[in-house]
Design a protein around this ligand. Structure first.
Ligand code: ADP
Ligand code: MG
Length: 628
């Protein structure tokens, strides 16, 4: 049998390598931007057509290339950045593998225009299919202008896997920001289809962060500076109040290269522990300077993980300097740990029984039985209660439409439906258990506990309701309903607030604008990366529009789904989460009662849409057991 092994042609070898280096337009943007930085550019323009699927152009004013180097640049393992294995331990450039251009040229068409300062004429190259198709001398400005067209035209299967323009663009802005934040001293611009997305002039780090993420972040930044024998750490962390539930503003850089580092991230979460809840993620922009010989960046071409010698020592240093920054700015002392675990029962809101008019409360009222449901307007009792002990403070932020609705579920089944995805080992409250218990005067008591739970006696024991989750569930079902039907008429704002966003968030809002409109938000573009909020959903006061939208964006980020319906559900959930009352919102008796009733008109009162328990009953038997 004849020999069968042969060397792959360059074009095939390059395509295989490209599979690792070039996964999507964002990878090309990253590689070209890094090359521009490595070439000493002071200004880098990124210009896209159709989120890079049309073309990606990166123009820099760096040192440019000679005619020979321009050709060499497209060869595999061709690099000017290292020349021996020893150099691998002293890397100070972004790139060094000499793979990027070769890979890109194997899966796209590339036009290069470049000129060095000392040359009168520059070079034009056209490379496709890993082959040099054309080379000319041209006059052009100093620096390099790379145009990458028809990405993956040689591999239709890969091209088909590219996501929507919006998704690809979001991936690009992620990479763009990583490079732009690594090098604030360089000017960057990013534009897609003629629209400028970022314009980041050369500046200091704080200004770069503000330009990238919006003015709001400025007052949230706490500076971190610390120098030790093995590492120098500079940059900013954000105040605990700025922490979010989704990832987004977590940036580590090592010698000006972006990196992910789960272990060091833990140092951050540890430093913030006690200041933010466990599901919140602090925002940080931390820059490490280390001797390149103590890090190993040579793991994988696209991986952003970097290994360090002595990671546990560095962990301790990060922990100490972040804590110091938090302490220095007096963040820690202002948090009152004492109230955290204290059981502070709000004194029971003893119902005041008005003498005249007489209470017309229906003692037989059963929220599950619609034939006996009453409306707010019918209840004299309500009038008497309203004047009693209101909370002030947050009251304008609450829903005041907790009136009993006519659409109480006609049968018990609704309560059981959709519970398949409930977490294991939790109690499911069945309707009989939830039947309210009146005292001898025919009044049902509600007690608010720890600003979190509504406690009320029910037939089977003592029911605890998580107030925020209950409200979330009520709003979720309402929003979902709205989204599947007709647009909700919003409340017009007399003085429209403006919502200034980062370019990324601005695009995200654009994506979901139609659905926001259905919910009753009316937003108009208002200058760069800014919306004016003309109206808010019916049950959301206009003064909360901005805050709720910001929360909604945070919650919605990184949880993108593909199916439209699911997306609506997600928006409904995000909005419900954002608009639901906060813990520690003091509720009066009537509000608790309304919340209770509204919860039990929901299709699924037991759990929030994301599966968290809303209700728990302390059973009569269990209580009896204590006193045996
Ligand atoms: P690497 O960056 O790992 O060296 P690349 O394939 O990205 O590999 O680039 C190959 C070489 O081409 C670089 O080492 C550099 O000499 C040259 N080069 C690429 N882009 C530019 C640019 N924008 N300006 C000047 N030289 C460049
Ligand atoms: Mg490179």
């Amino acid at each position: 049998m004849a020999d069968v092994i042969q060397l792959l042609p360059d074009s095939v070898a390059n395509q295989i390598a490209a599979g690792e280096v070039v996964q999507r337009p964002a990878s090309v943007v990253k590689e070209l931007m890094e090359n521009a930085i490595d070439a000493g550019a002071t200004k880098v323009q990124v210009i896209l057509k159709n989120a890079g699927k049309g073309f990606i152009q990166v123009i820099d004013d760096g040192k440019g290339m000679s005619p020979r180097d321009s050709r060499m640049a497209f060869e595999r393992h061709a690099t000017s950045k290292i020349s021996s294995a020893q150099d691998l331990f002293n890397i100070r450039t972004m790139g060094f593998r000499g793979e990027a251009l070769a890979s890109i040229a194997s899966v796209a068409e590339v036009e290069l225009r470049t000129r060095r300062e000392e040359d009168e004429l520059g070079t034009y190259l056209f490379v496709a299919d890993s082959e040099l198709k054309n080379q000319e001398s041209i006059s052009c400005s100093r620096g390099t202008n790379m145009l990458v067209k028809n990405l993956f035209y040689t591999i239709p299967a890969r091209r088909k896997f590219l996501k929507s323009d919006n998704t690809e663009l979001r991936n690009i802005t992620t990479e763009f920001l990583r490079v732009a934040l690594a090098t604030p001293e360089v000017t960057f611009t990013l534009a897609n289809n003629g629209n400028e997305i970022f314009n980041l002039p050369a500046s200091g780090l704080r200004q770069r962060i503000v330009n990238a993420f919006g003015k709001n972040i400025n007052s949230k930044l706490l500076s971190v500076n610390c120098e030790t024998g093995i590492i120098t750490i500079n940059g900013f962390i954000c105040v605990p109040q700025h922490a979010r539930k989704t990832y987004g503003e977590q940036y580590f850089f090592v010698n000006n290269r972006f990196m992910k580092h789960n272990f060091f991230h833990k140092a951050l979460t540890e430093a913030y522990s006690g200041l933010i809840s466990a599901d919140m993620i602090p925002s940080y922009f931390l820059y490490f300077t280390v001797d390149p010989s103590i890090i190993d960046v040579n793991i994988h071409p696209t991986k952003t993980e970097i290994k360090f010698q002595d990671e546990s020592a560095i962990f301790q240093i990060i922990l100490a300097c972040v804590k110091e920054a938090l302490g220095k700015f007096n963040v820690i002392p202002t948090i009152d740990f004492d109230t955290e675990d204290k059981v502070d029962f709000v004194a029971p809101d003893v119902p005041v029984i008005p003498k005249v008019p007489k209470v017309s409360y229906n003692p037989n009222y059963n929220p599950f039985n619609y034939s006996t449901s009453i409306s707010k307007e019918d209840s004299d009792f309500e009038q008497g209660e309203r004047s009693h002990g209101n909370s002030g403070g947050n009251s304008s932020q609450r829903n005041h439409d907790y009136h009993r609705k006519e659409q109480v579920p006609a049968n018990w089944d609704a309560l059981f439906a959709g519970l398949e995805d409930k977490p294991e080992e939790v109690q499911t409250v069945i309707p009989e258990m939830a039947e309210k218990q009146e005292d001898h005067q025919g009044v049902i008591s509600f007690v608010q506990m720890k600003g979190r739970y509504i406690v009320t006696p029910v037939h089977s024991g003592l029911m605890f309701i998580d107030q925020k989750r209950a409200h979330e569930r009520i709003l979720f079902e309402r929003y979902k309903e709205t989204l599947s039907h007709q647009p909700a008429g919003g409340q017009k704002s007399l003085f429209p607030e403006t919502l200034e966003l980062s370019a990324e968030d601005f695009m995200l809002v654009k994506d979901i604008l139609d659905d926001l409109m259905l919910l009753g938000f009316e937003l108009g573009e208002f200058g760069k990366n800014c919306y004016a909020i003309y109206s808010t959903p019916p049950d959301l006061s206009t003064s909360r529009g901005k805050e709720v939208l910001l929360n909604l964006i945070e919650h919605y980020k990184n949880t993108e789904g593909s199916i439209r319906d699911k997306m609506r559900e997600r928006i409904a959930l995000s909005l419900a989460k954002a608009a639901a009352m906060d813990y520690n919102t003091v509720l009066d008796r009537q509000e608790m009662s309304d919340l209770f009733d509204n919860l039990f008109t929901c299709q699924h009162p037991n759990y929030t849409a994301d599966g968290k328990t809303i209700i728990h009953i302390l059973k009569n038997e269990d209580v009896t057991q204590w006193f045996k």
